[in-house]
Design a protein around this ligand. Structure first.
Ligand code: FAD
Length: 390
């Protein structure tokens, strides 16, 4: 199909962004700020990818895992960029993005969990990260609603959150202010190819839209982008996550900061809502909310903060994290001249959106990837191993 697509010029852009999740919108906004003519296309109306489901923790310390130094460097750089990004966005639109530097408390509920948390804390300290071990009494001073019996916790005071739905709203307003068209309910079905160069896309509305560059920001669906030739599809797979939204009857959430255990995390919003996340399931593209998933989240939330039993269950949802074989995103030139991958952000896409947006804008503008995103370059997949792991 892509090879036969004919180039019948209708409209031309500097860049067409495929996908209107947080990554696509951030790329479009940063590129537009540099003067590029951008079009964003999303097949859902409104866009309903992982971005709508994520609690929005901006948590380099809490998400730290063993053996991922490049990811840590990237998430720390992203966390530093966030306040400025949000301030610029809010100044441009007057719309709040729900950013709050509230900190996080990771609690060990028994001795086994305490041993594991100590191990992680040792790693955090060895890397010079802001994380302090606290005995139960000190934890309870921070969060009086915690369960009566537990074995201590780690306080990471610099962790923050953003409300991804509010952030999306602010990005859409910012794009409108820049004159960028965001078209939802429009699916990209074919690439317009000019030899090994992508010259635009065809949509399910029968349009052929030309651009100097096409940005693939299709989240978990990026690896299945059948509208691209196979060698231009990134090795991205979906990893399902279920989350719950609870609401306090008196409008006051039962915690002031992110509270987590080994199995669950709780993210308070200023208006009394509490987001409970998240399962991690390899279930392909299935997004069913299951009784088992909801049960597990509620049980573990209750073990941490018994008060959740009194809260209203407002929403249960599932989303698909765009995962890569090495858990690093894929940002940079991808398989065809003019094609830019901006995908594979797995568990950190909300956090990495400003950094990714800036890197893609720079790539479109100057043809090079900025230093802080260098480890995300698709060039690292040159071997066949990563492709085989898809
Ligand atoms: C349960 C859960 C919890 C998470 N928690 C956090 C967190 O606390 N902090 C954090 O930083 N990250 C978190 N993440 C990860 C984060 O949500 C994702 O990494 C991020 O949202 C990915 O954004 P995206 O724009 O790449 O993809 P998406 O938001 O999935 O958007 C992709 C879009 O592409 C569109 N699309 C696909 N194919 C086409 C096509 N052919 N034509 C047109 N449109 C197309 C889809 O409709 C979709 O809207 C979480 C994810 C999940 C699922």
């Amino acid at each position: 199909m892509p090879a036969e697509a004919r180039l019948t010029e209708k409209r031309s852009y500097d860049a067409i962004v495929v996908g209107g999740g947080v990554i696509g919108l951030a790329c479009a906004w940063r590129a537009a700020r540099r003067g590029a003519g951008v079009l964003v296309l999303d097949r859902a109306h409104p866009p309903a990818g992982a971005t709508r489901v994520a609690p929005g923790m901006l948590a380099p310390v809490g998400e730290l895992d063993f053996g991922e130094p490049e990811l840590l460097e990237m998430t720390l750089a992203a966390a530093e960029l966030y306040p400025g990004f949000v301030a610029e966005l809010e100044a441009a639109t007057g719309e709040p993005a729900g950013y709050a530097r509230m900190g996080a408390l990771h609690v060990a509920l028994d001795r086994d969990e305490a041993a594991e948390l100590r191990r992680v804390h040792d790693l955090q300290r060895s890397l010079g990260l802001g994380a302090e071990w606290l005995p139960p009494r000190r934890c309870r001073e921070l969060e009086p609603g915690l369960t009566p019996s537990f074995n201590g916790g780690v306080h990471a005071a610099d962790e923050a959150v953003v409300d991804p739905r509010a952030l999306t709203g602010a990005l859409l307003a910012a794009l409108a202010a820049e004159g960028v068209e965001v078209r939802t309910g429009v699916e990209v079905t074919a690439a317009l190819l000019d030899g090994e160069r992508i010259a635009g896309v065809r949509t399910d509305h029968g349009e052929e839209l030309r651009a100097s560059a096409v940005v693939l920001a299709a989240g978990a669906w990026s690896g299945q982008a059948e509208w691209l030739p196979e060698h231009a599809r990134p090795p991205v797979r979906p990893v399902k996550g279920q989350v719950l939204e609870l609401r306090a009857p008196d409008g006051a959430a039962p915690c002031e900061r992110i509270v987590g255990s080994e199995r669950v995390y709780l993210v308070p919003r200023g208006d009394g809502r509490l987001i409970v996340g998240a399962t991690v399931e390899e279930q392909g593209f299935d997004t069913a909310v299951t009784a088992g998933g909801v049960h597990e989240l509620l049980r573990e939330a209750y073990r941490l903060l018994p008060e959740v039993a009194e809260m209203e269950l407002v929403e249960a949802a599932a989303g698909l994290r765009p995962a890569t074989p090495d858990n690093l995103p894929l940002v940079g030139p991808g398989g065809l001249d003019g094609l830019v991958w901006a995908t594979g952000h797995y568990r950190n896409g909300i956090l990495l959106a400003p950094l990714t947006g800036e890197a893609v804008a720079e790539l479109l503008d100057r043809g090079k990837l900025s230093g802080s995103m260098a480890a995300a370059s698709p060039g690292r997949l040159a071997g066949s191993a990563a492709r085989a792991a898809r």
